[in-house]
Ligand binder design. Structure first.
Ligand SMILES: [Zn+2]
Length: 318
């Protein structure tokens, strides 16, 4: 029993603080609005080719190790099916063997607005035939360049055809240019520059995390809540090197990593108001549809010249 007198004031103060924190936790947990924000990881364009920084085999091995080390419950790899050959097949098998999933990102990775309905669907079907015998395939389709079609009627007819094939929309809620950060890293290696990996790690994590908060902010303003997010990443060198650090940072800020299947259960998966505003992410599409001006819907880092300058300023390559 605590002897509460001036001499034991510090014990009393500690006890009071503990009771206050416990009460606060109970209150927070009882409030449905105070749950952890949630996000799922998806990786486009697998299996990507060798780079100056690492081979495709190394990239897959590093990515799987990083995701497993970080205890990521699942990740979805959107496959560009013309990259599948007898060498890269084993990489898709590795993802499946590790418990991760793969999905359809078309065969030749062309924009739906350029191909039109019938050519685009032929491309998707080509990928479908190559993917249907793979292990751990999920029925999601993601448009290359997030381009869903040229105009409203084309978008609707492609969506209907994909739905008829049994596909669900593999939309994202958070955009970024992770692909350009990775290109800058491998390009610097190709140019025989020395990489400061600590600075590269900080740059990758800070840039992507800022974009995540930016789109979550738009979501909260537009929807009045934080949805289950789907983060766009690519199967690239930067992800292989730093995705574990990104996950650690997200968790340190109170985020929970969920599976893509769980994220795609969010009610925004059924919000089709994005018909008039595509080429980006669903949060921006919904906000754009509700009247937010387009120049408010892009994070500052979705700009190649911005990233080029920021990469230099971050002291990453010498
Ligand atoms: Zn892609």
């Amino acid at each position: 029993m605590l002897n509460i007198n001036p001499a034991n004031e510090s014990n009393f103060s500690i006890l009071t603080k503990r009771l206050y924190r416990a009460g606060l936790c109970v209150l927070l947990l009882a409030n449905p609005l105070c749950h952890a924000r949630e996000i799922a990881l998806t990786f486009d364009d697998a299996p990507t080719p060798d780079s100056a920084l690492m081979t495709g085999d190394e990239r897959t091995t590093r990515l799987i190790a990083a995701l497993q080390r970080a205890k990521v419950p699942d990740a979805l790899f959107f496959v560009k099916a013309d990259g599948i050959n007898k060498d890269t097949q084993k990489r898709l098998d590795q993802y499946a063997a590790a418990g991760f999933h793969i999905a359809n990102h078309s065969y030749s990775h062309q924009a739906a607005s350029a191909l039109g309905h019938s050519n685009y669907m032929a491309d998707v079907k080509h990928a479908h035939l190559l993917l249907k015998s793979q292990k751990n395939v999920l029925p999601y389709h993601r448009f290359p360049y997030l381009d869903c079609g040229k105009d409203k009627s084309s978008i609707l007819s492609i969506q209907q055809s994909l739905s008829d094939m049994g596909y669900k929309d593999g939309y994202i809620t958070i955009s970024n240019y992770d692909w350009h950060i990775s290109t800058l890293l491998s390009g610097a290696t190709k140019d025989n520059k020395r990489i400061n990996y600590d600075n590269a790690r900080k740059f990758y994590v800070a840039t992507l995390y800022d974009a995540i908060e930016f789109y979550d902010g738009i979501a909260k303003e537009t929807l009045g809540r934080s949805p289950k997010h789907v983060l766009l990443l690519h199967e690239n060198d930067a992800a292989a090197l730093f995705v574990g650090d990104l996950v650690s940072h997200l968790r340190s800020k109170g985020w929970k990593i969920i599976s893509p299947q769980e994220a795609y259960e969010d009610p925004i998966s059924r919000d089709v108001s994005n018909i008039s505003y595509h080429h980006q992410n669903r949060v921006s599409a919904i906000a754009g549809h509700s009247g937010v001006p387009e120049d408010k819907l892009h994070h500052v880092s979705e700009d190649v010249s911005y990233l080029n300058k920021a990469f230099v300023a971050a002291g990453i390559a010498f």
